[in-house]
Design a binder for this molecule. Structure first.
Ligand code: NOJ
Length: 572
């Protein structure tokens, strides 16, 4: 970006881009050209690709069927070759695993099934040697009910840690303080017989919410932040950030959610103004550490305006709030994609957007967007839709292979047991990484905690590395291009009109002469595009940087795009 823009300037600019491209071209002349490999942004995370690893399923090195930290260390060369800048590892701390690690019973240790603190230190050292940073998943809204803090808190009403959690009397054992619904179902309150009060939990009863208003709790949580920064973490993925505070009046819900409807993002339990102070304080701690550590927020919001606030009024809170308005999209629809990308670019005041589709909570995009016939081509299209954007992009392990979700019917048949204490609908997107076509896809020599997805014979690292038109090859080329091409790395976003509701077109621009055009056809039919909004004259000579299926570079602003076709062309 030349300069951050305020939203009214952005709106004006959008109109200019679309209606008065010649004028805009002059305006853009003020941006200095970037050299290959040179960056417009001063922060590594403003254009980072962060790869999410579910450690239980990535690589097992001791044959117990559960992935471990040593497994991640073993695969760092793979990650380097793929071209990611950082990894985010989901919780690997001691936990009763009611919610697979998102119920932490000791924040400053490694669960035995994942290894030791020594293994963590080795992982950091080896990752740093390869220029890869590591983000720790910080579960700050709640602990496990087995955490010593909660055990103390529930031991008596006058225990010094009583106020570290949210306790209320309500109307006795039969009447909770409110009838708010928890995200995991049921009320947000559980009755504690011993001390005759209710405790609050936005998730499962075994995940009591901590009380961030309590200074001692706050200090203890900030000690956790320092602990991991001192152990080489490059920042945190912050879990469930909207829910840190509740309305202190605990009002009744005027519109209780219908059965089965999402319970999240209610004004009384999410996005409370008190959140900002906590996040500012946390950011201040990070800012005291070298090498630009970052906060990546699980910051679901109901609107883009709410998302804009998560960065902080003075950009002093979360640097990278995940855009769930984009990440929750499930329809392969050019118009819907355009609306959300434009919103992220034009309504966040130039702050760094965070794009993703898949995660340990979101079904895998190969399955979500695939039509059963063209999934591989569609996977290349959705990869390009995220990785060609300005900002930060999150990839989920195996996304680069086209790993699919285990179908719900198959998942139902998978037994629980000591390695899988609970069945979770989200396990369909948490199956073992597919390294090769051998036993257990190379994930483990033992019996895996969750079976490998059946597509592994075709969709695995070794097989796809041999095939230049595989999904993996598309991702690696795209990641390389994103690092090397100044326009794709952090050039400005150009919202374009394609003249066709099935075709999404946008540009990225590092200088008046360094512009790339990205075009995606989200339909099963060949489509005609007629692009408007490119700055300056449409020039005759273009160079195709990547295209699937193979295609010639467009010669004018009118051209055809193959069914589910995708390309990136340089205007020169
Ligand atoms: C968000 C995490 O991504 C999800 O997996 C977890 O269940 C909840 N937070 C509760 O921690």
């Amino acid at each position: 970006m030349c300069q951050p823009l305020c939203s009214s300037e952005v709106d004006t600019m959008r109109v200019l881009l679309i209606m008065k491209s010649a004028v805009l071209a002059v305006a853009i002349m003020t941006c200095a050209a970037l050299l290959p490999g040179q960056s417009r942004s001063s922060h590594w995370y403003d254009h980072a690709v962060i790869y999410e690893i579910y450690p239980r399923s990535f690589q097992d090195t001791n044959g117990d069927g559960i992935g471990d930290l040593n497994g991640i260390t073993e695969r760092l060369d793979y990650l380097k070759q793929l071209g990611v800048d950082a990894i985010w590892i989901t919780p690997f701390f001691p936990s009763p695993n009611v919610d697979f690690g998102y119920d932490v019973s000791d924040y400053m240790n490694v669960a035995p099934e994942y290894g030791t603190l020594k293994d963590w230190d080795r992982l950091v050292t080896e990752a740093n040697k390869r220029g890869i940073r590591i983000l720790v998943d910080f579960v700050l809204n709640h602990t496990s009910d087995q955490h010593p803090w909660f055990k103390e808190s529930r031991s008596s009403r006058d225990n010094p840690k009583r106020d570290w959690y949210v306790w209320r009397s309500g109307g006795g054992p039969k009447q909770p303080p409110t009838h708010w619904t928890s995200i995991f179902g049921g009320y947000t309150w559980t009755w504690d017989n011993k001390t005759q009060q209710w405790y609050y939990h936005i998730f499962a009863p075994q995940q009591p919410d901590v009380n961030w208003a309590n200074p001692a709790l706050r200090k203890a949580m900030f000690d956790v932040v320092r602990f991991w920064l001192n152990h080489g973490a490059s920042g945190f993925r912050l879990d469930a950030t909207p829910y840190l505070f509740e309305d202190p009046a605990f009002p009744e819900d005027p519109n209780p959610p219908q059965a089965g409807a999402p319970a999240a993002l209610e004004p009384y339990n999410s996005g409370r103004p008190e959140n900002h102070e906590v996040l500012r304080q946390m950011r201040k701690i990070l800012d005291g550490y070298p090498h630009d550590p970052v906060l990546l927020g699980e910051s679901s919001t109901a609107t883009i305006a709410d998302l804009a606030k998560v960065y902080g009024a003075n950009r002093d809170e979360i640097q990278l709030p995940m855009d769930f308005l984009f990440g929750n999209l499930t329809a392969l629809n050019a118009g819907i994609f355009k609306k959300q990308v434009d919103a992220a670019e034009l309504q966040l005041s130039g702050q760094t957007p965070v794009f993703f589709f898949s995660s340990h909570d979101h079904p895998r995009q190969w399955t979500t967007f695939g039509n059963g016939k063209n999934n591989d081509q569609i996977a290349k299209l959705t990869a390009t839709l995220t990785l060609a954007q300005r900002g930060c992009v999150l990839l989920y392990y195996g996304e680069e292979l086209g790993m699919g979700n285990m179908p719900a019917g198959e998942l139902k048949l998978v037994p629980t047991g000591p390695k899988r204490p609970r069945a979770d609908d989200r396990d369909g997107e948490r199956t073992p990484m597919q390294w090769n076509d051998a036993l257990n896809a190379g994930f483990s020599t033992g019996s895996p905690w969750l079976p490998v997805e059946t597509g592994y014979k075709r969709y695995n690292v070794v097989t796809e590395q041999r095939n230049s038109s595989s999904i993996y090859s598309w991702y690696t080329q795209l990641l390389r291009l994103r690092h090397e091409n100044p326009a794709l790395r952090d050039g400005d976003y150009l919202p374009l009109e394609s003249g066709n509701p099935d075709v999404l077109a946008f540009g990225r621009q590092a200088s008046p002469t360094d512009v790339v055009l990205i075009v995606l056809n989200t339909s099963a039919k060949e489509q005609q595009a007629d692009i408007s909004g490119m700055p300056g004259q449409w020039q005759g000579s273009h160079r195709m940087l990547m295209a699937s299926p193979a295609a010639d570079a467009p010669r004018s602003q009118s051209f055809t795009v193959a069914p589910y076709g995708v390309f990136i062309a340089a205007l020169q």
